[in-house]
Design a protein around this ligand. Structure first.
Ligand code: ARG
Length: 306
């Protein structure tokens, strides 16, 4: 079972191309998509997860009965981000949002998304103000005291990102470890750990949103930043000044898992079943493809304030 899931994850990962430094801006393929990835506020679970034995579902307790309340930090394309609708309004998009809908549907619950900053996601799950966090969460062993983790649903590596103008300064990780450098990482993320491991001599700047890190990189206020590779690739497509200078080894826990409030065994079980189903039947691949397409389309607004 585990092997199969890993294989499915690998396939999902392979659908992302590698945007290395020097690659030119690829133009948006097709912008609109039919899959409804919106989950804003109270949304119906968009994807159909199929039927599930309803007696089992009844035993799952959630913070608001009948609802699955999900914290996410929508600064993280293609996982979760704001896309601009055809009518010009921002809407939540991304494969995490789609997966949230799928899980809610599988459990027979109504989806309620709570957008917060990333450290807020950790806090909401820890304090049990929500049921789950879906936010490209690394199942970092240090977090196991505050939440339970599902099985992995996606694999993505770690990158050191800079501008094309600066990429020659960073040929190896040690080049990031200099006292005159300002290196960004998102507050509360494992990227802060990476910065502390590889760039401890630099000035490590923690910002609460990845989109702020992107903006500071473009403005030349940061020399570089640690960012999850699929996210770095996605923003580098929209902001062609950016590029991935280095791949960064991460010894912790690669991949993304759903963070489930501690001790809700039935919910954890249901989430794992839904993930296994989405990986097996190709739904997750579809979610990833749609999210990538949406994130690289003209309608994508990466720097929206939330
Ligand atoms: N994978 C990293 C972590 O768990 C970063 C996740 C950030 N997610 C987000 N939506 N900004 O620490």
């Amino acid at each position: 079972m585990k092997k199969k899931i890993m294989a499915a994850i690998m396939i999902a990962t392979m659908t992302l191309g590698l945007a290395a430094c020097g690659s030119s801006k690829e133009n948006a393929q097709s912008t609109s998509s039919n899959a409804d990835q919106t989950g804003a506020e109270t949304a119906d679970a968009g994807a159909s997860a199929g039927d599930n034995a309803s007696e089992e579902k009844a035993q799952i307790s959630t913070v608001t009965p009948g609802k699955l309340t999900v914290a996410t930090s929508p600064d993280f394309a293609p996982y979760e981000f704001y896309a601009i609708n055809e009518d010009g309004t921002p809407e939540l998009a991304g494969f995490d949002i789609a997966l949230a809908g799928y899980i809610a549907d599988y459990l027979g619950l109504e989806l309620e998304i709570v957008p917060v900053e990333f450290d807020g996601v950790l806090m909401e799950v820890q304090t049990k103000s929500v049921d789950i966090g879906i936010s490209g969460l690394s199942p970092d062993p240090k977090r196991e005291a505050i939440m339970d983790f599902s099985e992995l649903y996606y694999m993505g590596g770690q990158s050191f990102v800079t501008t094309k103008a600066n990429k020659d300064k960073f040929k190896k990780l040690d080049d990031t470890n200099k006292s005159n450098l300002e290196i960004g990482a998102q507050t509360g993320s494992i990227q802060v750990d990476l910065a502390n491991i590889y760039s401890s001599s630099a000035d490590i700047v923690q910002l609460s949103k990845v989109t702020d890190i992107i903006a500071e990189l473009i403005a030349g206020k940061l020399d570089g930043a640690y960012i999850e590779t699929p996210v770095a690739e996605s923003y580098a497509k929209n902001y062609p000044d950016l590029c991935i200078a280095l791949e960064v080894p991460y010894e912790g826990a690669e991949g993304a898992a759903v963070g489930v409030v501690k001790g809700n065994e039935e919910l954890l079980k249901g989430v794992n079943e839904a993930i296994a189903k989405a990986l097996k039947d190709g739904t997750m691949d579809e979610f990833v493809a749609t999210a990538n397409e949406k994130a690289s389309g003209e309608i994508h607004e990466g720097l929206l304030d939330n």
